[in-house]
Design a protein around this ligand. Sequence first.
Ligand code: ATP
Ligand code: MG
Ligand code: FE
Length: 334
Amino acid sequence: MKILAIESSCDETAAAVVQDGTQILSNVIYTQIALHQQYGGVVPEIASRKHIENISAVIDRAVSESKTTLADMDAIAVTYGPGLVGALLVGVSTAKALAFALEKPLVPVHHIKGHICANYLENPDFKPPFLCLVASGGHSHIVLVKDYTDYQVLARTRDDAAGEAFDKVSRVLGLGYPGGPAIQKKAKEGNPNAIHFPRVNMGEHGFDFSFSGVKTAVINYLHNAEQKNLAINPADVAASFQEAVVDVLSEHLLCCAKEQGVSRIALAGGVAANQALRERISEKARANHMKFQYPRPELCTDNAAMIGCAAYFEYQNGVRADMSLNAVASVSLI
Ligand code: ATP
Ligand code: MG
Ligand code: FE
């Protein structure tokens, strides 16, 4: 079964052709990062306009690189939410038009389910059930993946997402957008134990996250140094911030897995590309005899192949949309 998948929830215009759920025939990503960099973050209106300009060419390329034709598709899949509503609308409208004109079924996909399904693209032998840490630009969830289409959110962030904290700290350090890769690079030159930034533990309130405190602590540290005319070492700040975030993400995931009696864990979302996070969880998983899976970096950040993979399982489960499908800015996983 071949699915043409479209993703436009944020600042990546993406299309992919995925066969039988896990075989990537093509995966085209047009990233708008360079465009938004000058503003220090994504400008929603600009993102929507760029999606409109590029989506047809991105789809054409995905189809031609897959060595198939539009007529070969068995379904059209699209991210309908969550995300920037204007950006999502471009993908949703395009997918509806294609499904209508080609008389193919239309499959709506939840963006976060797509991120989780990237693990099956990486390793088709990795199957549910497992516990997945989803850490991205807008989410920090611990999700129990009971089956390919059955999810339960066990923990979430009370304020900022992990990726959001990376992006904001990068901005105050003058390292640019997107923050994750910039902080990761800078952190390599620094000492992760140079500065102690707070780690929020919810104690008996479970495994929820809170990243606004660590973000504010970094901002206060920099303001304080500036007021007192003290020199700072940006590499030490980046490394110490990353260490604090990695500590909390890895600790919560492992403790939650133990509590649930789960021995298979995975990562998803843009922050899952972080090398320090991957290494830390690998060590902990090994020590606890757990199987640990994560997607390669280009499948962690936004792409359409992950949407095609999620769509395959949703389709098998009977999920279809009609021409009334709309973009939804905020929609929960279940
Ligand atoms: P969401 O998926 O929650 O809707 P999004 O789609 O904007 O949000 P993603 O594309 O999944 O987010 O991930 C982007 C985020 O991942 C950004 O915040 C970025 O800084 C972060 N990120 C990317 N690479 C890394 C890395 N190597 N280390 C840490 N963070 C990273
Ligand atoms: Mg992005
Ligand atoms: Fe995303």
